[in-house]
Write a protein that binds this ligand. Structure first.
Ligand SMILES: Nc1ncnc2c1ncn2[C@@H]1O[C@H](COP(=O)(O)OP(=O)(O)OP(=O)(O)O)[C@@H](O)[C@H]1O
Length: 227
């Protein structure tokens, strides 16, 4: 019994010390235009890296590289030691990202979207509604569960998009300015939720222009310097 406990704690420590994301000198240019100057980044389980930098410095480009949606022109980016590639099942299963607006359907309600996402990830259909509603309650948009996406305000739409990415299973969460269009109360609520995700072992990389939120969630701030 004692031996099993010891082995378990060693495994947990090993897991916590392993790099989940590693970017080594990754940069991106297209036809002579520099989108991202070469940059390094390391993140372990339970860590949150905040990307900071002026408009156009390359934060979204770096997030797209981390999502496996964009291949770096130089350097490398890996997830658990393997190259990031959104076509690869390991990347798709582990990495959830909100970079730009996700696909939404005019004829599905807010809760329909969550139940659909859950079913594509193999969630238990008998509890999907209840779990979806719990997340909407946490984000304080449960009263909007039967609305269609085009019936939401811009801030409500942002919370809906966050719900879509938070509802699917993942070990890495990539968010591009999740605070945008949210009021102060909702920013606080999102901050608490992200701190909880971190405590549960998720790796977070977040581009953020809000210094209060950055202070609350960042284990490390990476300055994206631009070309
Ligand atoms: N397809 C493209 N071709 C050429 N340049 C591009 C392309 N997409 C983006 N860029 C340029 O790459 C740079 C980095 O853009 P990116 O969106 O990564 O910046 P950002 O740091 O996320 O900015 P913001 O804070 O405004 O969201 C910008 O100068 C942008 O104009």
């Amino acid at each position: 019994m004692a031996g099993r406990r010891k082995q378990g704690s060693t495994t947990e420590k090993t897991r916590a010390s392993q790099l989940v994301l590693e970017v080594k000198g990754a940069g991106k240019d297209i036809e002579g235009s520099v989108l991202l100057a070469p940059i390094d980044l390391k993140a372990k389980a339970g860590q949150c890296i905040v990307l900071r930098g002026e408009n156009g410095s390359g934060k979204t480009t770096l997030l797209r590289i981390l999502a496996g949606a964009l291949e770096p022109s130089v350097g490398s980016a890996t997830f658990n030691g393997a190259p990031l590639d959104e076509r690869d099942p390991a990347t798709r299963a582990g990495v959830a990202s909100l970079v730009g607006a996700p696909t939404a359907y005019r004829d599905l309600t807010v809760i329909d979207h969550l139940v659909l996402i859950d079913s594509t990830w193999g969630g238990d259909i008998s509890t999907a509604d209840e779990r979806a509603d719990d997340l909407l309650v946490t984000l304080e948009i449960d009263h909007l569960s039967e609305r269609f996406p085009h019936e939401l305000s811009s801030g409500q739409q942002q919370l809906f998009h966050l719900a879509m990415v938070l509802f699917r299973p993942s070990t890495v969460l990539l968010l591009d300015e999740p605070e945008q269009r949210l009021d102060t109360h909702k920013r606080g609520l999102l901050t608490r939720l992200l701190v909880e995700r971190k405590a549960a072992g998720s790796t977070l990389v977040i581009a953020c222009h809000d210094p209060v939120m950055t202070e609350a969630i960042a284990d490390r701030v990476v300055d994206v310097a631009g070309a």
